[in-house]
Design a protein around this ligand. Structure first.
Ligand code: CMP
Length: 138
């Protein structure tokens, strides 16, 4: 059984897409093992996206990610990292496959509705950034 971190970003929460995103996860057989709504400070967003600190979009991304509430979730299931990435679609919504969350709802490369961990190591780090072991079911 694998775990991954999912974030419904400020654009997704503001646009009322929380239920829609969760419906897609549950419809794909993915279990939600932990979930909460938080509002990150700029500093917390910078910490989360530290791997991107040298990218030209870092300042704008961390402004956006601290601009409103987000929903953070731990997803569990077989191959859930890959499954979640398939449900999300490509980072750039213009390249996302039809029927994916980003193809259906993203409005630009930054405001792309969801985030998902890209590998087991990043999943472990990202989950630990938001959740303690006691908050995770199963
Ligand atoms: P995410 O999967 O959360 O990982 C990094 C985020 O940076 C990405 O989704 C986008 O929201 C944002 N971003 C903004 N511009 C770019 C870009 N040119 N390439 C990749 N990610 C970008």
């Amino acid at each position: 059984m694998e775990s991954t971190l999912s974030i419904i970003k400020p654009d997704g929460v503001a646009r009322g897409l929380v239920g829609e995103v969760i419906r897609r996860f549950e419809g794909a057989g993915i279990k939600i093992a932990a979930m909460k709504m938080i509002h990150m400070s700029k500093q917390e967003a910078e910490g989360f996206y530290a791997v991107h600190k040298d990218k030209p979009f870092f300042d704008s991304l961390t402004d956006f990610m601290s601009s409103g509430p987000i929903v953070v979730m731990v997803l569990k299931g077989e191959n859930v990292i890959k499954k979640n990435r398939e449900l999300m679609g490509a980072t750039n919504f213009k390249e996302a496959a039809p029927g994916t969350i980003r193809a259906d709802f993203a409005t630009d490369i930054e405001k792309n509705v969801v985030h998902g961990s890209d590998a087991p190591e990043t999943a472990a780090t990202e989950i630990a950034y938001f959740f303690s072991q006691l908050e995770i079911k199963g």
